[in-house]
Design a protein around this ligand. Structure first.
Ligand code: SF4
Ligand code: ZN
Ligand code: ZN
Length: 322
């Protein structure tokens, strides 16, 4: 197998692009795809300060690496979720990545700052673990991005993730969600701008990127993921992709180009007018936001209301540590 660009020995084939690449041209392919998404969807400018949510997994670490290689000013944000060994190990991967490259990493521990961990908090609040986790992460991402003065929050959602979510939203005709399924969510009402620069790259490519560039990442899946319906959607889409290379990208990118706009009005209508949560100050449609209600139910005894972090010390010269 020869590299389509230089005819040297190829290390990976990308069937949907009908191409094979050597290490050099594969890493360039990945950077080019990210750059293309940043430009096409107007995600951010070269001078913007970017906060990237890192979990210790392949996608978020690869994203961080690519953005740094492209010359962007990027700070990592790792959230400790208290999911036993999985959290301990994933924190180690995120920290080692940051230290080895002298990159700033902010860390927020849910158990230490808010008094609960995802498994027991979800049980107490009678939520599915991923629901409690998603709510917690969104609250912390938003707070750190806004308080730290970052221009944009970037997440490592890749093509497989986005195609699976789209598949689920189409299966159940969740038109309001379809209207919001974009690789860029603009800043609004006290929420930061959110972007997904990996939407043109799949899971297999991100794992390969980490291998060829020497990024060590946590391979184990989160133990709470079992039963998550998106895993079934991903498996179904992988079967389709194997029989018809490119189908996944056509499905997702074609939706963005041809269909997403049809649902924009429904998404806009469903947006509530937001005030401020009386406890944490974050934007909320009700007096107490969903996150503060989760904290109330998840913590065994009343605790001080979770305050928005006073300030995040993350300028480029004060290097600190998903
Ligand atoms: Fe959180 Fe784990 Fe669910 Fe991901 S799989 S949302 S990390 S609980
Ligand atoms: Zn090559
Ligand atoms: Zn709140």
């Amino acid at each position: 197998m020869k590299c389509t660009v230089c005819r040297g020995p190829a290390v990976i084939d990308i069937r949907r692009h009908n191409s094979n690449f050597c290490v050099e041209h594969f890493t360039k392919f990945c950077s080019d795809q990210v750059e293309r998404s940043i430009d096409e969807f107007e995600m951010f400018s070269p001078t913007d300060r970017i906060l990237v949510a890192v979990s210790g997994g392949k996608d978020s670490l690869a994203l961080w690496d690519i953005l740094v290689r492209l010359g962007h000013d990027v700070t990592g944000l790792y959230i400790g979720l208290g999911i036993g060994d999985y959290s301990d190990q994933s924190a180690g991967f995120a920290r080692r990545f940051a230290v080895a490259r002298d990159l700033p990493l902010i860390e927020v521990s849910v158990p230490e700052e808010y008094g609960y961990d995802i498994p027991s908090g979800a049980r107490a609040a009678r939520r599915a673990p991923c629901s409690a986790c998603g709510l917690s992460k969104r609250h912390i991402f938003d707070g750190v991005a806004i308080d730290g003065g970052f221009d944009v929050l970037a997440t490592g959602h890749n093509l497989d993730d986005e195609a699976a979510v789209l598949f689920g939203n189409v299966l159940h005709w969740q038109t309001e969600y379809l209207g919001r399924q974009a690789p860029v969510l603009p800043e609004r009402d006290g929420f930061p701008r959110k972007v997904k620069p990996l939407v043109r790259l799949g899971e297999r490519e991100m794992a390969a990127y980490c291998v060829v560039t020497g990024i060590d990442y946590i391979v184990d899946e989160c133990p709470m993921a079992a039963g998550n319906r998106h895993l079934h959607y991903k498996a179904s889409l992988n079967l389709i992709e194997a029989a018809s290379p490119g189908a996944k990208a056509d499905f997702y990118l074609g939706f963005l180009r041809r269909a997403a706009g049809h649902f924009a009005d429904e998404a806009a209508e469903s947006r509530s007018t937001l005030g401020s949560c009386e406890r944490c100050g974050q934007p909320s449609p009700s007096e107490v936001c969903a996150f503060c209600r989760l904290v109330e139910r998840a913590t065994p005894q009343p605790v001080d209301a979770p305050r928005r972090r006073d300030r995040v010390d993350a300028p480029a010269d004060e290097r600190v540590t998903s």
